[in-house]
Design a protein around this ligand. Structure first.
Ligand code: UD1
Ligand code: CA
Length: 455
């Protein structure tokens, strides 16, 4: 087998995106918790790109910053004027000159293209084509470039605005992505001019130019759902829905039960084990891992959390970043957990806030317990030993340590450390008077009767 040729991916992210009606650049809007740009960077990297150049507009430096955060090795190229897709690709001229064997062009506002699809375009180049184009059968071809074929060969791409009425009848459209053989890429791109109705440098002209030089151009087809782009927030929601549909299927095929899949929302990086059951209306923010056999009850919201084997969560639980639930632990209804380790078999079942804490194995945290972790300036830690029992409605004022096997009386405000196996009660002492209520009622009723008689 021949070694794969080195591949440069050029990601176009200089779009205006005004239809988003947003202060945020279009390509930084998230799909399943990751920017659209992030999806594309990840996809081209997985497709084996050895180098990545991202073309941004000089008005949107944030796009460059996000790129470097996600992929520090990326090269940022700036397009100062929007003069078309070929002009944008040539903004990365320095990267193009590095002599890569293959050039992939991707759009940052088309986030669902799979690595396999980019790999298939590379495969077409390996098969001898100078240009490989990704096409799709459009339900509504309006606005798209049309793929003009002759004798089974791709001849040209004609932009909708420049197409004749006969060409506009063609349903096979250009998705925008393209792969170019490195040895011809720069020469082809530099031959593209702006002699069209829009006075733009069309990347799509690469096809006709390659053909005029006796080189081959081919089309690969993708489903429309994979190549849909985002120009406004309605399309953003459509792309999100498509992503979620795929992810739910992948999670279910991986061995998890989703009782009402259409009500469960995942992030790109959510990891769900086998025999996990997820009830309706659960949201997974970024960074969640759920081990085998866990049960996530309805209406829970998880983010940056790790759930151990056989653990139980919810209903109505909120797990925030740094929540780590060990095997067989339980976090119940109306419980919030942040930056805390919940030990194996420990139970935090009702109406509780656990933040900046460590809870030992098999400890029991009663209803309404609060770790008071914040004094308005700094966060402090609560440590609860294994097998400890915290009575309901206790406030644990951090920093504080409760020893293994200790007992805390209900309603306590605990401000000092509690020794292992000790009892601590921190509340007003109860006092009582025999018969007091009876006397009180009799006197009150007599006063009321006297008042009525005087009227
Ligand atoms: C492009 C294709 C069209 C295809 C369609 C698919 C060309 C000439 N046309 O048309 O055949 O059917 O995509 O959606 O390629 N960009 C820049 N700088 C520019 C111009 C564009 O960075 O000067 C970027 C945009 O941010 C976007 C991408 O290139 O990510 C496509 O540009 P856009 O103007 O949306 O192209 P279309 O007219 O939709
Ligand atoms: Ca477009």
């Amino acid at each position: 087998m021949q070694p794969a040729r080195s591949c440069l991916a050029i990601v176009l992210a200089a779009g205006e995106g005004t239809r988003m009606q947003s202060r945020t650049p279009k390509v930084l809007h998230p799909v399943a918790g990751l920017s659209m740009l992030g999806h594309v960077l990840s996809s081209v990297s997985q497709a084996g790109a050895d180098a990545v150049a991202v073309v941004i507009s000089s008005e949107r430096p944030e796009v460059g910053a996000e790129t470097l955060k996600l992929l520090p090795s990326a090269r940022i190229a700036t397009q100062h004027e929007r003069r078309g897709t070929a002009h944008a690709v040539l903004a990365a001229r320095e990267a193009l000159k590095a002599g890569h064997g293959e050039i992939l062009v991707a759009f940052a506002d088309t986030p669902l293209v799979r690595p396999e699809t980019f790999m298939a375009l590379r495969g077409a180049l390996a098969g001898g084509a100078a240009v490989a184009v990704l096409g799709f059968e459009a339900r509504d071809p309006n606005g798209y470039g049309r793929l003009v074929e002759h004798d089974g060969k791709l001849e040209a791409i004609i932009e909708h605005k420049d197409a004749t009425s006969a060409q506009r009848k063609i349903k096979l459209c250009n998705a925008g992505l393209m792969a170019l053989a490195g040895e011809h890429a720069l020469a082809i791109l530099e031959a593209i001019d702006d002699e069209n109705g829009q006075r733009e440098f069309y990347l799509t002209d690469a096809v006709a130019i390659a053909r005029s030089r006796g080189l081959d151009a081919v089309v690969l087809k993708a489903p429309e759902s994979e190549v849909q782009g985002v120009n406004d927030r309605v399309q953003l929601a459509a792309v999100e829905a498509e992503f979620q549909r795929h992810k739910r299927n992948a999670v279910m095929l991986g061995g998890a039960t989703l009782i009402a899949p259409e009500t469960v929302f995942f992030s790109v990086d959510t990891e769900i084990g086998r025999d996990v059951v997820i009830e309706p209306n659960v949201i997974f923010g970024p960074g969640v891992r759920v081990a085998d056999g866990a049960l996530i009850h309805a209406f829970s919201h998880l983010e940056g959390a790790t759930i151990g084997e056989g653990a139980n969560v919810g209903p109505f639980a909120r797990l925030r970043p740094g929540a780590k639930l060990a095997d067989k632990s339980k976090v119940g209804n109306f419980v919030e957990v942040k930056a805390a380790d919940i030990g194996p078999g420990a139970k935090v079942n009702h109406l509780t806030y656990i933040g900046d804490a460590t809870i030992g194995a098999a400890a029991n945290i009663g209803a309404g317990t609060i770790t008071c972790n914040y004094d308005g300036f700094t966060k402090s830690k609560t440590t609860i030993g294994a097998n400890a029992f915290v009575g309901s409605n206790s406030s644990l004022v951090a920093p504080v340590t409760i020893g293994e096997g200790a007992y805390i009386g209900s309603g306590s405000v605990i401000t000092s450390d509690v020794a292992p196996d000790a009892l601590a009660i921190g509340r007003g002492r109860q006092f009582g008077k025999e018969g007091w209520a009876k006397t009180f009622r009799a006197e009150a009723m007599a006063r009321k009767a006297a008042k009525k008689a005087a009227e």
